[in-house]
Design a binder for this molecule. Structure first.
Ligand code: TYD
Ligand code: MG
Length: 454
């Protein structure tokens, strides 16, 4: 009988080596070698016995059944439901609402299945108090179990005892294996624990949620380290001082990525927002200069948002430019185009732009609304209140096409807007515009501004 021995296997490409290699010569990834103990049960070649290859045509075409998630905004982000056996990472800044969200999800799922919520951050009493806040009328599901524990083996034992279908680990940074080197939250501990939960998920057909904190630097032993290892990566984002939260999928083996769910943090936990455009526009002051409505895409969903701009004579030689919720580089670019191609005098002005509601918008399709908001403030002329603005601004002052134009215009029409300024569309690609909304195609930013300001 061959003796048990340790070999090292690349997690990415499966190459084997007798010692851990810094860089895999086969796939080029760094630090991917992990020890695998090969016991006497292994085959004669030393390769572990396990599954055998199957012809593609004989693999069942049916996807495993997803478990329904009774929170529609969460279900949408997961790609329609929860895959049994999947490992899901939820990242986000401390205090953003990760524990709140997953406790709500746990309570909702526990109507139909057994759920174990493991917390290394809070005591069972604290979690109970939070649950009471979420459901003041009481009525907790019988199938939801709590375990306040950080020791991995004890957690695994808890899983054996409860045999849950859904496991929540809050957070992966607190899970600890004393026989491993490294501090809790360190690279080794986090990765080894996550691998263990991955095995548990697959072997028990259990869906596992791991919470991971993102630190200020965004690096950390946490979400980034685990992204390749898990099936699904979700981020909960928002401004802590604002009430809106966006749940975003950045990776999903079982569904579309860049899908989003929108929530509002209330005193009874996160409330789902099925109609974000209406909510984001709720506080708008019509006819005030410096406000323009953009239509941004969050995944497959168009969303109307208010972009505000404020210009103010600069008391210093070096005027200030501040962007909140928008890309500062795109703001700089748009301001330069307004100066050089439209002829606005912005050189002696402080400029502030922001997105209302605490959202963070990266896409260039909001350029036009940003430009309109700034021009409106500078000239102290309000923007047409029933108009939306869609388009990327190019360096020559031209408006450039953006994706999903028809869906964006449709959303504006649905919310009662009467006009949309958009980039010129090639006639062969012209969609059918919705009734009751005038679509104005503008070739340049200058033309667009002429239609925008009253
Ligand atoms: P939490 O879920 O603890 O954040 P994380 O796990 O991401 O660190 O929630 C953080 C904040 O949410 C906390 O400051 C309190 C607030 N909160 C509410 O406003 N309403 C609520 O019902 C709950 C449970 C929390
Ligand atoms: Mg927490």
């Amino acid at each position: 009988m061959p003796k048990a021995k340790t070999v090292y296997v690349c997690r990415v490409c499966g190459r084997r080596a007798v010692r851990p290699l810094g860089r895999c010569p086969q796939c080029g990834e760094w630090n991917t070698y992990e020890p695998v103990v090969e016991g006497p049960e292994k085959g004669a070649t030393g390769a572990p016995r396990g599954r055998t290859p199957v012809p593609l045509a004989e693999v069942p075409a049916r996807e495993a059944v997803r478990w329904p998630v009774p929170m529609p905004e969460v279900a949408r982000v997961l790609g329609g439901g929860l895959m049994p056996g999947s490992l899901i990472l939820l990242g986000g800044d401390p205090g953003i609402g990760k524990s709140t969200l997953l406790l709500q999800v746990a309570m909702a799922l526990a109507q139909d299945r057994k759920v174990l919520y493991v917390s290394g951050e809070e005591s069972a009493v604290q979690i109970r108090l939070r649950a009471q806040r979420l459901r003041p009328e009481g009525a907790f599901p019988q199938n939801l179990y709590l375990l306040a524990e950080t020791h991995l083996e004890t957690i695994v034992h808890g899983v054996d005892q409860v045999a849950p279908q859904v496991l929540v680990v809050d957070s992966i940074q607190t899970v600890y294996q004393p026989d491993l080197e490294g501090v809790p939250g360190g690279v080794t501990q986090v990765r080894e624990s996550a691998l263990r939960f991955q095995q548990l998920a697959k072997s028990r057909e259990m869906a596992v949620f791991l919470i991971g904190h993102v630190t200020k630097e965004g690096v950390l032993a946490g979400p980034k380290l685990l992204e390749h290892l898990v099936d699904t990566v979700l981020y909960l984002e928002g401004d802590r001082f604002q009430t809106f939260r966006i749940l975003r999928s950045v990776k999903n083996r079982f569904g579309p990525t860049s899908e989003t769910g929108v929530f509002e943090m209330t005193d009874r936990g996160l409330r789902e927002v099925p109609n974000p455009s209406e909510v984001f526009l709720a506080g708008r002051v019509v006819d005030a200069p410096g406000s323009a409505i953009a239509v941004t895409m969050e995944g497959t969903r168009p969303m109307l948002i208010e972009v505000q701009g404020l210009t103010s004579p600069s008391p210093y030689g070096q005027p200030r430019r501040t962007a909140i919720g928008l890309d500062p580089y795109r703001m700089q670019l748009v301001l330069a185009v307004l100066t050089r191609r439209v002829g606005l005098r912005l050189g002696d002005q402080d400029v502030f732009v922001s997105v209302v509601g605490g959202l963070r918008i990266q896409e260039p399709a909001v350029d036009l609304a940003l430009a309109v908001a700034v021009a409106s403030s500078l000239q102290d002329r309000p923007v047409r209140a029933d108009m939306v603005f869609i388009g990327e601004v190019g360096l020559s002052g031209e408006l450039r096409e953006v994706g999903h134009l028809a869906a964006r215009v449709q959303e504006a029409a649905q919310l009662g807007f009467r006009a949309a300024v958009v980039p010129r569309v090639l006639s062969s690609r012209k969609p059918r515009w919705p009734e009751g909304l005038e679509v104005i195609e503008a070739r340049t930013l200058r033309q667009a501004l002429r239609h925008a300001l009253v």
